[in-house]
Design a protein around this ligand. Structure first.
Ligand code: ADP
Ligand code: MG
Length: 248
């Protein structure tokens, strides 16, 4: 199926999800266009992780519709496989494989999925390591790296599948303050190179610099979505004022 380059790459329509009896997503609608950066903010427990994890089918939803790059996310496993190849994800806790070297962490998925031969995957991995500034760490194990370096490996690993979309769930929240910058710099470059990104973060500087849209989520609902200048300087909703007064 041919997909128009102009169509939004992510469309979420009135998405509802329950964890047992708990209504965690209460009717969330959102579109992300190709090449856009969306920053999602909101208090702990508001449903941010749950929501972005629906975009690569790490979470299911019970009502509404999510379409990613023209594919409707449903219980159809073929769709889920197709989507996971196109959507890379970076987590707060890096989630690297501790028993594999940096290089092996990055080449595992491309080789396993048959995307690249081992040799090609290694070439791609080295290019990515150079891009994230840690080429010299290729043969180390995750435990030998700083948090900032591990997170840059995690970004390189996600990029190795050449995804169309990158999801970041609080990628700098587990880092010591002096390592936040090096990870944000990689993300800034990626954004400026045109990657479509959905980023859960409270890094206001990052949001101001590259977000096309900043969204506040609270209690399973989207409260406000606006361009960074409006969101941070002239928010329309009282709840956004309140939230910003806590983080700024
Ligand atoms: P956020 O990322 O904004 O902090 P989450 O999406 O992680 O929020 O969680 C939203 C709510 O859903 C929280 O109240 C959390 O406790 C609950 N929750 C998250 N995951 C599960 C789960 N697997 N089972 C039950 N409740 C969950
Ligand atoms: Mg979360």
């Amino acid at each position: 199926m041919a997909i128009s380059e102009e169509a939004p790459i992510i469309i979420a329509e009135d998405v509802h999800k329950w964890y047992g009896g708990f209504h965690v997503l209460r009717g969330v609608s959102l579109t992300v266009n190709r090449g856009e950066v969306l920053v999602l903010m909101g208090p702990s427990g508001s449903g941010k992780s749950t929501f972005i994890r629906t975009f690569n089918a790490l979470e299911t939803y019970q009502q509404g519709m999510i379409e990613v790059d023209g594919i409707t996310l449903s219980h159809d496993l073929r769709n889920i496989e197709a989507i996971r190849k196109d959507v890379g994800m970076v987590f707060q806790q890096f989630n690297l494989f501790p028993h594999l070297t940096v290089l092996q962490n990055i080449t595992l998925a491309p080789v396993w999925s048959g995307k690249f031969s081992k040799t090609k995957a290694q070439t791609v991995a080295m290019q990515l390591l150079e891009r994230v500034g840690i080429l010299e760490q290729a043969n180390k194990y995750p435990g030998q790296l700083s948090g900032g370096q591990q997170q840059r490996v995690a970004i390189a690993r996600a990029l190795a599948m050449q995804p169309k979309i990158m999801l970041f769930d609080e990628p700098t929240s587990a880092l010591d303050p002096e390592m936040v910058r090096e990870v944000l710099d990689v993300m800034l470059t990626l954004a400026k190179d045109g990657m479509t990104m959905v980023v859960v973060t409270h890094e206001v500087g990052f949001a101001r610099e590259v977000a096309d849209l900043v969204v506040l989520m609270d209690d399973g609902l989207l409260v406000e979505a606006a361009k960074p200048n409006v969101f941070f300087n002239h928010p329309q909703e009282e709840r956004t004022h309140q939230f910003l007064s806590q983080i700024l």
